[in-house]
Design a protein around this ligand. Structure first.
Ligand SMILES: [Cu+2]
Length: 161
């Protein structure tokens, strides 16, 4: 009985972490949506995803929401005078044929007012709303470390180069 439970836990936890996943929505491909596990009782965490626009017209991410939290904002991290700060964006453009990166150190989804801690190895659905594609439900993998397996390089954090 105990053995079966441990096996079940492994089956739930490892396949999701082992491979990057993607979601298609019209001309958009959302690659490796993931969020950082929340720290202790912290009510805030951040979500990241790479959005590719394979279409012929510009697209725009206009908002995001999660049943897991009171509010999700689109944020941009800025470094000014060696100080990191964040400002809210009213949207994020994804040019025709181009890519928008939400990644540590840059644009991200700020998830605020978490109703419960989000734990690594689980999946949390978020709704991303685009100007043209409309609302898309996207499963975000919760990971200990943001950027974990992006670009096929396990364990590397993707800081801006
Ligand atoms: Cu932020």
């Amino acid at each position: 009985m105990i053995k079966a439970l441990v096996l079940a836990a492994l089956l739930v936890a490892s396949p999701v972490l082992a491979q990057a996943h993607e979601v298609k929505a019209g001309d958009l491909t959302l690659k490796h949506p993931h969020m950082r596990a929340s720290m202790g009782m912290s009510p805030t965490t951040a979500g990241y995803v790479v959005i590719e626009n394979g279409g012929n017209s510009d697209e725009r991410l206009v908002s995001a929401a999660c049943a897991c939290a009171k509010m999700v904002m689109i944020h941009q991290t800025e470094i000014k005078n060696a100080m990191a700060s964040m400002k809210a964006l009213d949207g994020l453009n994804i040019p025709a044929g181009g890519t928008a990166q939400l990644a540590p150190g840059g644009a991200h989804l700020m998830i605020m007012g978490l109703k419960a801690p989000v734990k690594a190895g689980t999946i949390v659905n978020m709704t991303l709303t685009f100007a043209k594609a409309g609302s898309v439900t996207v499963p975000f993998m919760v990971m200990d470390k943001a950027g974990g397996d992006m670009g096929g390089m396990p364990g590397m954090d993707h800081q801006p180069h």
